[in-house]
Design a protein around this ligand. Structure first.
Ligand SMILES: *[C@@H]1O[C@H](CO)[C@@H](O)[C@H](O)[C@H]1NC(C)=O
Ligand SMILES: *[C@@H]1O[C@H](CO)[C@@H](O)[C@H](O)[C@H]1NC(C)=O
Ligand SMILES: *[C@@H]1O[C@H](CO)[C@@H](O)[C@H](O)[C@H]1NC(C)=O
Ligand SMILES: *[C@@H]1O[C@H](CO)[C@@H](O)[C@H](O)[C@H]1NC(C)=O
Ligand SMILES: *[C@@H]1O[C@H](CO)[C@@H](O)[C@H](O)[C@H]1NC(C)=O
Ligand SMILES: *[C@@H]1O[C@H](CO)[C@@H](O)[C@H](O)[C@H]1NC(C)=O
Ligand SMILES: [Zn+2]
Length: 385
């Protein structure tokens, strides 16, 4: 009796110690595809999921936009997606990686109701890359799960509709961001660039060791069960250098047609090989850098939509497909094409005047209730302190 109680005590102690001790992380082992099987696990690989033929494979394209959503960019988003449907009749969708500063949460609510994917890009968007490189798991939680609570509360979006993150400046923090994703019930990261683009790396899980090249380290080395990576297939710019975000590509062509062709050329590198999901990753501010950027972007999107196999969807939808691949000719099937539109979400707009230190901030929210203080890390709902 005494002995079994002391055994139980030992077990409980060991469990709580191993929970608290970061060294309980385990190194990721070589990925054997006979052990790592869909839908919950996938090795990093250029193989088309489900062993589908090239011609039976859809080409997913991720149109993503980072940072605050506000009057400075909302109109671009409305124009880009206006009347755009995928081949299955569902609205074409983008993914918005949202950071808190200068975000109008009523606009986020609108994007969500239009069927776009809302994802996280931190509260502070701290400009120091060292801050992100060396950040702790707890601070990552405050930044990303914190922004998720903020959006859920002030943009009236269910917490579980927000599943993905992108780190500011794509600055990885080794295993820390992946530990946070697992701890806080996220599904995927889309911050990790790769040179493997032609053929391209398909999304995969971190249950086992990744074979992805590490462009902006530190990269993860431990096992994170069920956490997905959507590799950012790099582009090649006018200098023949790689760029993960299109706004970082340099020496671009100077006419609308040539710039659209440059985009199509990058798209073709993946599209004509293994159709790994292709990303056009930008900050909306890029449209203001040069007046040819926006028309070239629209021309590019029109072009890819004229291909019979292109689908414009959010990151979570891509992962859903990779988990359970559906051949192209069956994608009208209702189990796939249940248009991912938010059922409903009411928004009673209210503009709140707040103080961030000595700065004034206006924050437009759906909840009808203003936060008491300016929401920030550690206090995402802006409660009285
Ligand atoms: C793929 O194509 C080959 C030959 O073109 C054919 O034999 C095979 O049945 C196809 N497989 C699928 C899953 O469509
Ligand atoms: C799929 O459904 C859409 C919308 O209903 C329709 O326009 C399209 O022709 C269908 N495509 C196929 C291949 O059945
Ligand atoms: C950014 O992080 C640094 C610490 O690395 C901190 O001193 C600074 O206040 C942070 N800035 C913002 C805007 O959060
Ligand atoms: C990284 O963070 C640790 C713990 O917070 C700190 O001791 C260390 O000085 C930091 N290193 C850098 C380069 O900022
Ligand atoms: C892209 O590939 C298509 C074939 O799908 C080809 O017709 C087109 O010329 C290519 N464009 C560029 C810019 O590489
Ligand atoms: C739709 O897909 C499901 C699951 O793959 C399959 O059982 C069903 O027969 C398909 N329906 C049609 C109309 O193709
Ligand atoms: Zn950003």
């Amino acid at each position: 009796m005494l002995r079994s109680i002391s055994n139980i005590v030992t077990v409980v102690l060991t469990l709580s110690l191993s929970y608290a001790n970061p060294s309980s992380r385990s190194w990721a082992a070589y990925c054997d595809s006979s052990a790592c099987k869909s839908p919950s696990c996938r090795c990093s690989s250029i193989d088309i999921p489900g062993g589908l033929n090239y011609s039976q494979t859809p080409q997913f394209v991720l149109l993503t936009f980072d940072d605050g959503v506000n009057v400075g960019n909302f109109d671009y988003y409305q124009q880009i997606f206006k009347n755009r449907l995928n081949r299955d009749g569902c609205p074409a969708a983008g993914t918005f990686f949202i950071s808190h500063e200068y975000t109008d949460y009523t606009m986020v609510n609108t994007l969500y109701k239009q069927g776009h994917e809302i994802a996280l890009h931190s509260i502070t968007h701290n400009v120091s890359t060292d801050y992100w490189k060396n950040i702790t798991v707890n601070s990552l939680s405050q930044e990303f799960a914190g922004e998720r609570s903020l959006i859920s509360n002030f943009a009236s979006i269910p917490v579980d509709a927000m599943q993905g993150i992108r780190l500011p400046f794509l600055q990885m923090s080794g295993d820390n961001s992946f530990e946070m994703l697992q701890k806080d019930n996220f599904l995927y990261d889309c911050s990790w660039p790769t040179r493997h683009t032609s053929p391209g790396l398909w999304p995969y899980t971190l249950d086992y060791a990744s074979t992805q090249d590490c462009v902006i380290g530190p990269c993860p080395q431990q096992s994170w069960k069920g956490i997905w990576v959507i590799p950012m297939l790099s582009w090649i710019d006018g200098r023949n250098q790689i760029c993960a975000m299109v706004d970082a590509c340099l020496e671009l062509p100077t006419t609308v047609d040539a710039l659209a062709d440059f985009m199509i050329g990058n798209f073709n590198r993946t599209y004509l090989t293994n159709k790994a999901p292709f990303g056009l990753y930008i900050h909306a501010a890029w449209f203001n850098v040069d007046p040819i950027h926006f028309p070239a972007y629209v021309k590019f999107v029109n072009y890819i939509q004229s291909r019979p196999d292109v689908y414009l969807v959010g990151g979570t939808t891509v992962i859903d497909w990779v988990k359970n691949p559906v051949p192209l000719n069956n994608m009208n099937n209702s189990t796939w094409s249940n248009c991912r539109k938010a059922s409903s979400s009411t928004c009673t707009p209210k503009t709140c005047k707040l103080q961030k230190g000595s700065d004034e901030r206006y924050m437009t929210v759906c909840s009808g209730n203003c936060p008491t203080v300016y929401p920030w890390v550690g206090n995402p709902l802006g409660r009285a302190t």
